[in-house]
Design a binder for this molecule. Structure first.
Ligand SMILES: C[S@@+](CC[C@H](N)C(=O)[O-])C[C@H]1O[C@@H](n2cnc3c(N)ncnc32)[C@H](O)[C@@H]1O
Length: 459
């Protein structure tokens, strides 16, 4: 519950930190009074600000309860880390059927999650795995899926660390090597790690693993399969202590090595069959609490449509995407790669779009609406600018009190957050809640500066 309230407060804080410039624009007559109100607001702690706003707009305790995000079932809770000598020692850990090689720190972090591992969700046969025409095996929607629907939730066959351990005896000589020597050494090291994980897998999982596509035969059987099929788990599962250790002791500026330390890769039975598209139709997100990766529909998907994720950054120009896909042996033939003259400028516009803190002028709203249209036309709903643009449009229309447009964008925002696995999504789950959101409440006040000042003075 404390978590929920904190999340609401954080959302309020995020909104109010954008309030200052627009409130000044709204009515220059009450500029001085407004300025002092807003100065006072920005000096408050989030808790104080939250209480003040509640009192001013007359929200009841029931309203606040309804507004609080539902319990985040994937929340792993807080971990107070007590340093221990085995923090950086790697040990084999089995989670369900998954075989993992994790540091002592990460093992303890997982064990600290209440109910770990929490159950993986049933997806009710939302997908099937079968052959594609030109991309080997792929994943397909077995029924119609709506934006935000869960497509798959799966534990990995194996999880292994990307980099060497941060033991000084290992790191120091590595940082002094030439690129070629270092790569060779890291390959041998990774082969060894992979072997030790593989031999612990059940026979069935070993067979499944070896049946996955190997597009990197030059890396050998185990490492080849892993590099073809592994998903980087990024911030969802990482060892912060290894990263902090490395940064404090490494004088070398080797970015590749730095990006590997503390990071993990996971290989899956079904999720590793999902092919790449530069306009992917799902989000993927790993959750520590269930120790599983979820795919959710980023837009509506028809029955029989292929499910696509991304293997490279989708907003980059086609030539840069091709570079990212080359190690997978992929020459992408998606619509965007076939018509780069049309697609590249659209993606550049989306990538470079930086909405002002508040969009309240017509010209700014028009610019955001146009960017949103480009995102939808180019099918980039799985990219971060989609949610950002929806958030800004919802806020702008709430502030300009265009209820119909605000609710339309608010609902899209809720679905987009749900699809991305963003825990705050529940705050916007229906029109009633949208109308009690901080954005909506502030619209009432900012649109009438005199009322804001008098309410402020009386509350
Ligand atoms: C993780 S696997 C995906 C499943 C794979 N298709 C299979 O048959 O198991 C990655 C490999 O799939 C193929 N692939 C994935 N996306 C592709 C695409 N857009 N175009 C062509 N091949 C693709 C490439 O061979 C790539 O190395």
């Amino acid at each position: 519950m404390a978590h929920r309230s904190l999340n609401v407060v954080k959302a309020h804080w995020r909104f109010f930190s954008t309030l200052k410039p627009s409130a000044r624009e709204v009515n220059s007559n009450s500029k001085m009074e407004l300025k002092s109100v807003i100065n006072a607001l920005t000096r408050m702690t989030p808790e104080e600000m939250h209480k003040k706003m509640r009192d001013m707009v007359g929200l009841t305790d029931d309203d606040m309860k309804a507004l609080a995000p539902l319990l985040d079932e994937n929340d792993p809770g807080i971990f107070e880390h007590e340093p221990s000598p085995d923090d950086d020692v790697r040990t084999h850990v089995q989670v369900g059927d998954s075989q993992c090689l994790l540091t002592g720190y990460l093992k303890r972090r997982l064990e600290h999650i209440p109910g770990f591992p929490r159950p993986v969700k049933e997806t009710g046969s939302a997908y099937r795995i079968s052959s594609t025409l030109h991309r080997g095996i792929g994943m397909f929607a077995a029924r119609r899926l709506k934006t935000g629907d869960l497509v798959a939730d799966e534990r990995p066959l194996m999880v292994f660390p990307m980099g060497p351990s941060t033991d000084l005896n290992v790191i120091t000589p590595i940082t002094k090597m030439t690129d070629e020597k270092r790569n060779n050494l890291l390959n041998c090291y990774s082969q060894e790690m992979m072997g030790s994980i593989f031999e612990r897998m059940s026979e069935e999982n070993q067979e499944t693993f070896m049946g996955l596509y190997n597009g990197r035969l030059q890396n050998g059987p185990l490492l080849g399969v892993t590099r073809t099929n592994g998903y980087g788990l990024e911030d969802a599962l990482k060892d912060e202590t290894e990263i902090a250790n490395l940064l404090s002791m490494m004088s070398s500026n080797n970015q590749v090595l730095k990006s590997m330390i503390g990071r993990y890769v996971a290989v899956f039975k079904d999720l590793s069959r999902v092919n790449h598209s530069c306009s992917p139709n799902v989000h993927r997100k790993f959750h520590m609490a269930t120790f599983s990766m979820q795919l959710r529909a980023a837009r509506d998907i028809e029955e029989g449509e292929e499910i696509f994720t991304y293997y490279t950054q989708i907003l980059l120009p086609a030539v840069d995407r091709a570079e990212g896909l080359a190690p997978y042996g992929i020459e992408c033939t998606c619509r965007a790669c076939l018509d780069t003259a049309k697609s590249d400028p659209i993606r550049a516009a989306v990538l470079n779009y930086a909405p002002p803190a508040l969009l309240t002028s017509d010209a700014r709203i028009d610019a955001a609406v146009q960017i949103l249209a480009k995102i939808e036309e180019e099918e980039l709903q799985a990219s971060a600018p989609y949610r950002d643009t929806l958030y800004h449009l919802f806020t702008a229309y709430a502030l300009t009190r265009d209820e119909k447009s605000a609710l339309m964008y608010g609902e899209k925002l809720w679905l987009a957050n749900l699809a991305a696995g963003e825990p705050l999504c529940e705050m916007f789950r229906n029109a009633e809640l949208l109308k009690k959101s901080p954005q909506w409440m502030s619209a009432e006040l900012v649109a009438m500066p005199e009322r804001l000042v008098s309410l402020w003075n009386s509350s």
